[in-house]
Design a protein around this ligand. Structure first.
Ligand SMILES: C[S@@+](CC[C@H](N)C(=O)[O-])C[C@H]1O[C@@H](n2cnc3c(N)ncnc32)[C@H](O)[C@@H]1O
Length: 284
């Protein structure tokens, strides 16, 4: 049986209500459903890390997997996932576990690890450390990880709404990364690749540390960077931002007025999954 050890580490638990709201991402779930149907057979043993509502674990069980373990750090989500499985007659086919992925000890390595903790820049959620851990500790040597990889891009952004969010009623607040809708931000340069993450590799990068020179192509003000990703889920199945994610806006320490042809060099540093480690600076 799967059992838990004791130590606790950095985690980004979602409230159960938020996990349930992700059921509205129909194309995201449809793509996972297709990928799961392609890789699961009657011999498959599966771990779903960050199961939330249990939707991906249930798709795996319905696809005929021999064994499915569904793990989440949030006990309320696990309770909800258990109720959902009962509703669908799948509760006997799924083992539900409350805890951090790092605490999961398996009595049998998995054929397939599903881990959907993607976030716009792999900055907030645990996708990168969780997949690295899973490949090293939970997955058979020739096992499959879903999704398989993601490439993160950044672009200079004018974003007055989120810049101004942090001043209210004469009070000032330290600016933080925030998700941003397309109509709130304007691209001020071409997008540049920041990092590529191979979720099938045991060696995931521990720190991103890049200096990127952007060439401005609009008149206006640069308030920060907007980040987004493209992901290979399995084979030719790709996840796009429109499948259920929003760009993340990272504020720079100062707003800068720019014209086309200007170059701005930005140093960006963070540990994937650790938004508290983010450092963003404009270099001269
Ligand atoms: C983006 S949601 C995905 C939910 C579901 N798999 C889906 O596709 O709709 C990520 C889930 O991972 C859980 N989570 C976050 N950090 C975790 C950790 N360190 N260990 C286990 N679960 C975690 C959250 O509580 C949340 O329910």
């Amino acid at each position: 049986m799967a059992k838990l050890m004791s130590d606790r580490e950095y985690a980004t638990p979602f409230p159960m209500l938020h996990a349930a709201s992700l059921l509205s991402h129909r194309t995201r779930i449809g793509k996972f459903s297709e990928a799961i149907r392609r890789v699961v057979d009657a011999d498959s043993s599966i771990v779903d890390i960050g199961t939330g509502t249990g939707v991906l674990a249930m798709l795996a069980a319905r696809a005929g997997a021999r064994r499915v373990i569904a793990l989440d750090i949030n006990p309320e989500s696990i309770e909800y996932a258990r109720r959902s499985a009962r509703l669908n007659g799948l509760d006997r086919r799924i083992e539900f576990v409350v805890g951090h992925y790092r605490d999961l000890v398996l009595d049998e390595l998995a054929d397939i690890v599903i881990c959907e903790m993607l976030s716009s820049m792999m900055l907030v959620e645990q996708q990168v450390p969780a997949c690295g851990f899973a490949v090293r500790n939970l997955l058979k040597r020739n096992g499959t990880v879903l999704p398989q990889s993601a490439t993160v891009f950044v672009v200079l952004a004018e974003c007055r709404t989120l810049w101004n969010r942090f001043s209210v009623e004469g009070l000032r607040f330290p600016r933080l990364p925030q998700t941003v809708s397309p109509n709130e931000a304007r691209d001020m340069s071409d997008a540049v690749e920041l990092a590529h993450f191979d979720f099938t590799s045991p060696e995931s990068p521990e720190r991103i540390d890049r200096r990127i020179e952007f060439v401005v192509n609009e008149d206006g003000t640069v308030h920060g960077l907007a980040g987004f990703f493209q992901s290979t889920l399995y084979g030719d199945i790709r996840l796009e931002m429109a499948d259920g994610w929003r760009d993340v806006f990272l504020p720079l320490p100062h707003a800068t007025n720019v014209s086309p042809g200007d170059t701005l060099a930005v140093r960006i540093e963070f540990v994937p999954g650790r938004v508290d480690t983010l450092r963003l600076e404009l270099e001269s």
